[in-house]
Design a binder for this molecule. Structure first.
Ligand code: 4FV
Length: 260
């Protein structure tokens, strides 16, 4: 059973977020195990101090190394075997779906949540991977840790009810997702593309491929360089690029809601 340890000075925030939805159910039914560790439990002083002023001066505080080292020692003492120790920080490599897939195959993942200006640099001697969820600065590493655990845990067999919803999702192959519609067929004069009401599954699959490619071409052409396209998708993409060049493609998505 894949297991996660999250080390944080805000355990309540993390625990609460883990109680919700798919993750909460998977933890409750034992499909995955997530242990939230309060960093203050690994301090040695009666004030449970986890931070200190930066050497060399400057604003803010830095997370002390010893409590983090003790937390990692305790986790390692509890659970032998290979583990990945992740530090979430803006200095990390961008977190991607591919990283989530790779981490979902690792038995034990530990996530250290930064706070204040960050962790003492010597903590990185115990870190195997540093990940960033985006080029912006948050108040803490807890939300990034939850992003990583959520994206990884949902890939663990049995966590998401319908595995097909994982395999089929576009991002798995590096594309943006196609538009989704559900009842009612018309709302505020906004209708559903006829093809989705046609019952013609071959046409529907083709339409979804075309929408995913068109949306990716328009919004994230960078993804197309790395996307694993099948033959049909390559042909559709050529058509889209051709239309685009011929200016026939006016940037409006075919799926955009025709007003009745
Ligand atoms: C972050 C990010 C992030 C930086 C200072 C925590 C904060 C504070 N982590 N992706 N973006 N971390 O902003 O992962 O210690």
């Amino acid at each position: 059973m894949p297991s996660f340890d999250i080390v944080t000075i805000c355990p309540a925030m993390v625990t609460q977020a883990l109680e919700a939805g798919v993750l909460g159910r998977a933890i409750a039914n034992g499909t995955i195990r997530v242990t939230v560790r309060d960093l203050r439990d690994f301090t040695a002083d009666r004030h449970r101090v986890v931070d200190d002023v930066p050497y060399g001066g400057g604003p803010g505080m830095v997370l002390k190394p010893e409590p983090l080292f003790r937390a990692l020692d305790a986790i390692e003492a509890e659970r032998s075997g290979p583990k990945t120790v992740i530090l979430t920080s803006p200095q990390g490599r961008p977190f991607t779906q591919a990283a989530a897939e790779r981490l979902s195959r690792i038995e034990h993942v530990v996530v250290l949540c930064g706070r204040y200006e960050g962790v003492d640099e010597r903590v990185r001697t115990r870190v195997t991977e540093e990940l960033s969820i985006g080029d912006y600065v948050l108040t803490g590493g807890e939300l990034p840790a939850l992003v990583v655990v959520d994206a990884v845990a949902r890939l663990v067999p049995g966590v998401v009810g319908d595995e097909a919803s994982i395999e089929g999702e576009s991002f798995n192959r590096g594309l943006l997702d196609f538009p989704h519609y559900t009842r009612p067929a018309v709302v505020d004069g906004l209708s559903v593309p006829d093809v989705l009401l046609s019952g013609n599954h071959a046409e529907i699959r083709r339409w979804r491929k075309r929408q995913a490619l068109a949306r990716t071409l328009e919004r994230r052409p960078d993804l197309l360089e790395r996307a694993a396209l099948d033959e049909e998708e390559r042909i559709i993409l050529q058509e889209l690029q051709h239309d685009r060049l011929r200016g026939m493609w006016n940037g409006r998505m075919e799926g955009d809601h025709e007003r009745d």
